[in-house]
Ligand binder design. Structure first.
Ligand SMILES: *[C@@H]1O[C@H](CO)[C@@H](O)[C@H](O)[C@H]1NC(C)=O
Ligand SMILES: *[C@@H]1O[C@H](CO)[C@@H](O)[C@H](O)[C@H]1NC(C)=O
Ligand SMILES: *[C@@H]1O[C@H](CO)[C@@H](O)[C@H](O)[C@H]1NC(C)=O
Length: 674
């Protein structure tokens, strides 16, 4: 029986044989001489057997045809920025991981086109399309989707753009889409320096160094025991340490030292990404690999996988993203800094240009067809202020209609987010026509806002919603609180990493400290057998509230649940009143949350909240996964006037990674206690 690889190769051979001849004879390339091309004045399209080359005199991009993979990028004297030793389907590709409904086994689909066509070819723009349609005939691994992969090259531009239109016509079978992304595998010899943010930039280990290293708790995390570059000995490498939230994931990539060349993935808008502004995903990592992630279940798990029913139709445009290349003279001793700064400058330029006016697809509306939604969001919390007040720096966004907060798990539509100003005024620009709900959350306040009523954006719509009011969840006055309601556990106690397991680049910034490997094991190192006691009024959540509620390792195959104590005083007690533990989790993996009041005997009342979850944020060094509000009623008769203790237990302990992260907890009194 032929393996999948053999099938794909066979298919490629057949497809190339059928279509390359068609392309060669039916299309014309612009007649431009090489001198003009070198000055960057004209765009050229050249055909080779099984390949097409897009050339603007600055960069030459070779695409397999009709497969539509990037097989070569030639720039500034470097013949190929991509790894030429990789197979041509493994250099610059669009891939999917999917599974049939009811089956969890992931199927890998490295999408190969079966047809190539020229979409536009003018003096200024060259756009090519490589399509694969379901009706072309199923082959092993093929997801039930039509795919149109586009490449756009502009005159006098140091790079190119790519976007992908995926389309499920009616009648395709049910399936789940776990991942959709573009990936580039760079030349291993040259690209050694990686940058994903101002603080996470460094000389990286190689794929070989990882192979020779020691696998840690899971295969992605490796201790570099014998790296080629001795300076890296003893450091940990894990691609999840380079994750970024969508709102900040606008530029990342790699730099070659000699010659000094940068390769950058620029994502000017995350309107096509799933899960909203805080969704985290991979960026660049050892390979050297650079990703443009469109759909993934990272940091969300099964709750964010994209599920399609039998026959369900769908269409979405992923991108465009820009592949930007830059270079520095060999004499530039600050080339790493300068190329990174220049990449950020180019990113700002692309953000300004968004939405692009040079894209020729009816599925990608230009700026005149897009709408604007504005308004002012106020917060109403009578226990904070007698008057409504502006929702300072609120996140306000449009996403497919759903419940309040549903945008976090929404994976099929487009999302458009902005931050309100100090007074809660917001303007959401460049919204594609469609039907939306308006959602918001406000840093410093629990809960989710949703505007009652649909928002319909037409071509050029300008909608002013005027004043909106968000009433965060609350039953009574605050008796005490732990943390800041901001959907992250970053303000809590994040321990120093085990000196054996450091990634030095994460020492550059306090903000990155939660990304170190193995912090979950530090809990048992620090607390031994005694769980921490948090005393309201004495303890400080920055130093005394461990950022994740994790299990404790007993031996290599046994873990035990852990319980933390919150001690507090109540000067007066409303014995008949109802108190409330109001709060939110920032992450949860296979976890449950149990509160017991003044007695942790297992037979005493357990006030539980089911968390579950597969966001895996603890193991992936995220400081949050999915957001989960909880509200647990505490009858006054369980409490005492004077000293009280609440026992907080996460009872599931199969391994090291079950657990949860807190966003915030507060105890509210009955309204009578005011
Ligand atoms: C090409 O682009 C550069 C930098 O963006 C600009 O300075 C230059 O004027 C452009 N040249 C042409 C011929 O458009
Ligand atoms: C929206 O309307 C309010 C008055 O209702 C006005 O103060 C505000 O400036 C308007 N916003 C925009 C962006 O037009
Ligand atoms: C809590 O600890 C942090 C970190 O040490 C410190 O900056 C902060 O001032 C402390 N807060 C209080 C209320 O003492």
């Amino acid at each position: 029986m032929a393996s999948r690889g053999q099938w794909i190769r066979l298919l490629l051979v057949v497809v190339v044989a059928i279509f390359s001849s068609v392309s060669v004879f039916s299309a014309s390339s612009s007649a431009v001489d090489d001198n003009d091309a070198q000055r960057g004045s004209f765009l050229q399209l050249r055909y080779n057997y099984g390949e097409v080359v897009m050339d603007n005199g600055i960069v030459q991009v070779t695409l397999s045809s009709p497969g539509g993979g990037v097989i070569g990028i030639s720039y500034n004297g470097m013949d190929n920025l991509l790894e030429r030793r990789n197979r041509i389907t493994n250099r610059g590709y669009f891939d999917l991981v999917w599974n049939s409904a009811g089956d969890r086994t992931g199927i890998y689909d490295n999408v190969q086109g079966t047809r190539m066509r020229i979409v536009q070819q003018t003096e200024d723009v060259l756009e090519l399309s490589f399509t694969r349609e379901w009706s072309d005939g199923w082959f092993e691994g093929m997801a039930p989707l039509n795919v149109d992969r586009r490449y756009v090259m502009l005159r006098n531009t140091s790079g190119f753009y790519t976007y992908v239109i995926v389309d499920r016509e009616e009648g395709l079978p049910a399936f789940n889409l776990g991942s959709a992304r573009v990936a580039f595998k760079l030349n291993m010899r040259n690209f050694q320096y990686m940058a994903v943010s101002d603080t996470r930039r460094r000389i990286m280990p190689t794929a070989m160094d990882r192979n020779r290293g020691e696998k840690l708790g899971y295969p992605e995390a490796v201790l570099l025991t014998n790296p080629y570059n001795r300076d890296l000995t003893g450091e940990v490498d894990d691609k999840y340490q380079y994750s970024v939230e969508s709102q900040n994931d606008k530029v990342h990539g790699w730099i070659s030292q000699n010659p000094s060349i940068g390769f950058w993935m620029i994502t000017p808008s995350y309107e096509f990404r799933t899960g909203g502004p805080m969704k985290q995903d991979l960026t660049s990592h050892v390979g050297p690999t650079t990703l443009g992630a469109f759909i993934s279940d990272h940091y969300g798990g099964r709750e964010v996988s994209t599920k399609f029913q039998d026959g369900e139709s769908w269409k979405k445009v992923f991108g465009p993203v820009m592949i930007y290349v830059n270079s520095a003279p060999s004499s530039d001793i600050n080339a790493y800094d300068n190329l990174w700064e220049d990449a950020k400058r180019q990113m700002e330029e692309e953000v300004q240009k968004w939405p692009y006016d040079f894209i020729q697809s009816e599925d990608y509306p230009g700026s005149s067809q897009r709408g604007t939604v504005s308004g002012q969001l106020n917060v109403r919390d009578r226990y904070v202020s007698a008057d409504d007040f502006g929702a300072k720096l609120a996140y306000v966004g449009l996403a497919l209609p759903g419940e309040a907060g549903s945008w976090e798990k929404e994976t099929k539509g487009y999302q458009f987010w902005t931050r309100a100003d100090e007074n809660g005024h917001f303007v959401i620009k460049n919204v594609r026509p469609g039907l939306y709900n308006l959602y918001a959350w406000v840093p410093g306040f629990l809960g989710d806002y949703k505007y009652e009523g649909d928002i319909v954006i037409g071509s050029g719509s300008e909608i002013n919603l005027s004043t909106l009011v968000f009433t965060p969840p609350r039953q009574g006055p605050t008796l005490w609180e732990i943390g800041i309601p901001d959907r992250s556990a970053a303000e809590f106690y994040v321990p120093e990493p085990n000196p054996m397991y450091i990634n030095k680049v994460l020492l550059n910034s306090y903000e990155d400290r939660f990304r170190q490997y193995g912090l979950w094991e530090r809990y048992a190192d620090i607390y031994g057998v005694e769980d921490p006691v948090y005393t309201v009024g004495v303890s400080n959540y920055s130093t005394d509230w461990f950022y994740a509620h994790v299990t404790r390792k007993i031996d290599d195959s046994t873990y035990s649940p852990t319980t933390r104590l919150i001690n507090f005083e109540l000067d007066q007690l409303d014995y008949m009143g109802m108190y409330t533990l109001q709060g939110a989790l920032a992450a949860s993996t296979g976890a449950q949350l149990i509160f017991q009041v003044n007695d942790n005997n297992p037979y005493r009342p357990r006030l539980a909240t089911r968390a579950g979850g597969t966001d895996n944020a603890i193991a992936r060094h995220g400081i949050h996964g999915l957001y989960r509000l909880f509200s647990v009623q505490v009858p006054g008769y369980l409490l005492r006037q004077g000293s009280n203790t609440i026992y907080v237990t996460q009872p599931r302990a199969i391994g090291p990674y079950e657990g949860l992260m807190y966003d915030y907890i507060r105890l509210e009194g009955p309204s009578s206690v005011v």
